[in-house]
Design a protein around this ligand. Structure first.
Ligand code: ACO
Length: 431
């Protein structure tokens, strides 16, 4: 609690004093929970640009400074010094693991990598050309039909097992979606490989040949997983919390998060970046596309640019820009036209008053698509990979919400702009 308050005039001489809450860092928050009860008015905030929907200890973002912290640790430090499961542990439990904790956590997760054989039937029910995200929404939601005990979400042990299951099975399900789309047999997980290596194995191995994951590629993928692991109350995380607030199964909540992530304004952007760079085709064409961006009658936007929160360079993009160079050099693809166009586009845009005035900088998706494409991941799988990585953030936020004594079912109100009350007209009297 705090003794600070903020006073707001609510019309005429009337005013209201509301408590002001302090976070550990970041802006202060006006507590409006009693606002309606005391004034009879709602607050209006479509898109929630000024609304803190919960208390959270997991992730902090300073969009003006371009800072992203998980449990207080800087994302650049985590991305360069940790592996993905280490970061998962941090996000879930609040502290970096020691050696034994990391080993045990790795065991607990890998123990759950296989999916029920019946899931194979479910996947085979889809058309071969189904988008992997459509399949993942269905299959992850369907896990609630396989794990009834996890439906008692008040039991911390059940929540922990659901957490392990989701982190472990998402790569298996995503790789199954890909294998099914190209008509190859499903490849079972290998628990002797690390998280990223195992995913590459399930994506690219075939039963008739040995497969050895490239360590440079696996490292780059692991870094992509780390950089996408959590991002506080974004659209998909808020979706998970909202669905979870009703007491729904964690699998249903995560399935809803995947659905929310799918849109091109959110997780679908890295796929859109690659499509856009392909369409631009050559650095010479960039000015034409910048003209399109500025044309009010054209709704073309630079994909991978701009962010609701970051009004500075997205710190994740800084890490990935370097990683894109490293991976493409390692694979002998440093002259890849896509990278050249991306670098040139970024250079021109960062100097252009349209982008400068609106504080539009490259976001995490700008470079992740280039890396994924270079390592042979098809564009349709980009968002699926984002979903795999974000699962730890979603499930950590869901756990935090379930344990929060202030948690209530999410239920926003509205500014009604429809018809006023009117008399019913029977059908035979309607014009
Ligand atoms: N290209 C060109 N102009 C842009 C872009 C862009 N990528 N993004 C925003 N703008 C312009 C808008 O046209 C608007 O201009 P105006 O004031 O002249 O009308 C102004 O910048 C503000 O844009 P909003 O849409 O109000 O900003 P908002 O915060 O709502 O949008 C969003 C954020 C959705 C990410 C937006 O920047 C966008 O569409 N970017 C492209 C898609 C993308 O990269 N998404 C990934 C986000 S990161 C993630 O989800 C992991």
């Amino acid at each position: 609690m705090t003794d600070k308050t903020a006073r707001f005039t609510t019309g005429g001489d009337a005013s209201i004093e509301l408590p002001v809450l302090d976070g550990a860092i970041g802006p202060q928050v006006v507590d409006i929970r009693k606002f309606y009860a005391d004034t009879g008015m709602f607050t209006y905030d479509p898109g929630f640009t000024s609304t803190a929907s919960c208390r959270s200890k997991i992730t902090f973002i300073d969009g003006d400074e371009g800072v992203l912290l998980h449990r207080g640790y800087n994302i650049e430090d985590l991305a360069t010094n940790c592996d993905f499961l280490e970061v998962c542990y941090l996000i879930l439990y609040g502290e970096l693991p020691n050696k034994e904790e990391r080993r045990k956590f790795g065991y607990d997760v890998t123990y759950h990598t296989m999916v029920h054989e019946q899931i194979n039937q479910l996947v085979r029910g889809f058309r071969r050309d189904a988008h992997p995200m459509a399949l993942m929404i269905a299959v992850v939601g369907a896990l609630s039909a396989f794990y009834y005990e996890d439906l008692n979400i008040r039991d911390p042990r059940n929540r922990m097992i659901a957490t392990f299951r989701l982190i472990a099975k998402l790569p298996t399900i995503a790789a199954m979606a890909y294998k099914y789309s190209i008509g190859q047999p499903f490849i079972y997980p290998r628990n002797d490989l690390n998280y990223a290596e195992n995913f590459l194995h399930m994506m690219f191995a075939v039963p008739c040949e040995p497969f050895k994951p490239n360590p440079v590629v696996a490292k780059a993928l692991d870094q992509i997983f780390i950089l996408h692991a959590d991002h506080e109350q974004n659209a998909s995380t808020s979706t998970v919390r909202l669905v979870g607030s009703t007491g729904a199964s964690p699998y249903a909540a995560i399935s809803a998060g995947i659905a929310s992530l799918w849109g091109p304004a959110h997780g679908g952007a890295n796929e859109a970046v690659v499509n856009m760079l392909r369409e631009i085709g050559s650095p010479d064409e960039i000015p034409h596309y910048l003209e399109r961006v500025k044309d009010k009658n054209d709704n073309f936007r630079l994909m991978g640019f701009g962010h609701r929160v970051y009004k500075n360079y997205d710190p994740r993009a800084t890490v990935l820009k370097q990683s894109a160079h490293d991976v493409l050099t390692e694979l002998g693809k440093q002259d890849e036209p896509m990278l050249k166009i991306a670098l040139e586009l970024e250079k021109i845009a960062l100097d252009d008053s349209y982008f400068v005035d609106r504080k539009l900088f490259p976001n995490v998706d700008f470079y992740s698509g280039i890396i994924l494409q270079a390592i042979g991941i098809p564009t349709s799988m980009f968002t699926a990979i984002f979903a795999m990585a974000r699962t730890v953030g979603w499930i950590a936020q869901w756990n935090e919400m379930v344990e929060d004594p202030e948690q209530k079912i999410g239920r926003p109100r509205q500014l009604y702009t429809g018809a006023p009350p009117r008399d019913f007209v029977p059908m035979d009297q309607r014009g």
